[in-house]
Ligand binder design. Sequence first.
Ligand SMILES: *[C@@H]1O[C@H](CO)[C@@H](O)[C@H](O)[C@H]1NC(C)=O
Ligand SMILES: *[C@@H]1O[C@H](CO)[C@@H](O)[C@H](O)[C@H]1NC(C)=O
Ligand SMILES: *[C@@H]1O[C@H](CO)[C@@H](O)[C@H](O)[C@H]1NC(C)=O
Ligand SMILES: *[C@@H]1O[C@H](CO)[C@@H](O)[C@H](O)[C@H]1NC(C)=O
Ligand SMILES: *[C@@H]1O[C@H](CO)[C@@H](O)[C@H](O)[C@H]1NC(C)=O
Length: 359
Amino acid sequence: MEYNCSLVTVVVVFLCGFRVCFSLTSDVHVKNFISWDDIKVDEHQTRLSDSRVNHNRSRVIVVNKNGGADSVTVQGAIDMVPENNTRRVKIYILPGIYREKVTVPKCKPYISFVGNAGQMSNTIISWNDKASDKDSNGINLGTYRSASVTIESDYFCATDITFENTVVQTPGEPGMQAVALRISGDKAMFYKVKVVGTQDTLLDEIGSHYFYQCHIQGSVDFIFGKSRSLYQDCVIESTAVRSGAIAAHRRDSPDDDTGFSFVNCKINGTGRIYLGRAWGNYSRAIYSNCYFDNIINPAGWTDWNDPLRQKTVVFGEFQCRGTGANTTGRVPWSKKLSFAEAKPFLDMKFIDGPQWLRL
Ligand SMILES: *[C@@H]1O[C@H](CO)[C@@H](O)[C@H](O)[C@H]1NC(C)=O
Ligand SMILES: *[C@@H]1O[C@H](CO)[C@@H](O)[C@H](O)[C@H]1NC(C)=O
Ligand SMILES: *[C@@H]1O[C@H](CO)[C@@H](O)[C@H](O)[C@H]1NC(C)=O
Ligand SMILES: *[C@@H]1O[C@H](CO)[C@@H](O)[C@H](O)[C@H]1NC(C)=O
Ligand SMILES: *[C@@H]1O[C@H](CO)[C@@H](O)[C@H](O)[C@H]1NC(C)=O
């Protein structure tokens, strides 16, 4: 292995000079895309007690809250990953409720959280901070720091896991924002993951993200942030009592390539919810080929009490179905998209998927 690498180095030095090579050499082991392998844990691999490293140079760390594995906490497993790691580390989390606040720091890319296949409700990472709670210095946590699970690094993946914040928002009470998952790293994939909370459940903050066959539950602005994300084949479940909103996307310039695109999703639950609220002048949210239960406020969208935004937001629907998809009562500034208008949002190209996803 090492021998091959130095051969590569020699050839590259010869061809293109020293500086370029150096970075090429250090990139030899870096796999700058996400594939299904990254969320698969080989059972044999986890039983090897010594070196849990396979030929593809990924490593597995096993978490069991009952002991007998590498760590009893998820954070303990993350702490075992070296800083600036260049290979995939799969953190295999056995079923159970892990009551802890978890952070994957920026300097630890290529981490996967893997639960048991087909059992996303059995492995749960759960905490209960809200925006109005104080930190150890007596300062309000705020929405951002309320997250049960925070992902700051790039190339993160998760599958068969639930991320939860158990704070229940009471209508009209301030400071009840309680994030279950904050994703602030670039290029992340979530497959069969559940995100559960009430107000501000999923902070899809910055970067490009792919949510595939996920289940996201909340009541008020429960998918929010400045990302460019594709939500495909997801269930979006509202627990709103009277009113609420799904997507609060923030976009401040028409040149931003960000937005939330929901494709072939099912929207159900309770309450009379809006599809989206205009957080920022150029907020962008598109629903295509989705099924809407009878819970959508007929107006569909709100301008966040700023009528000027009506001219600049991009709120659209394309070929949605179900009782809630009747667009008769929609605000006139939302759009019923044609196929040509919807096309850029319909698949992974919207998130530059061909560049970093090989699925
Ligand atoms: C290594 O990766 C290849 C291609 O992604 C895959 O087919 C193979 O099963 C992997 N091997 C191991 C030991 O994980
Ligand atoms: C990781 O990389 C950062 C930024 O290049 C550097 O400051 C830090 O010292 C590195 N950490 C280790 C343990 O090498
Ligand atoms: C919404 O749909 C999901 C998936 O089909 C289902 O599990 C859930 O019970 C539904 N919720 C309601 C309130 O009907
Ligand atoms: C949004 O638009 C308003 C009115 O045009 C403007 O005053 C404000 O600065 C804009 N906000 C941002 C963040 O650009
Ligand atoms: C859509 O809603 C309008 C107004 O409520 C109603 O008149 C119309 O029949 C509905 N269309 C369908 C297809 O249900």
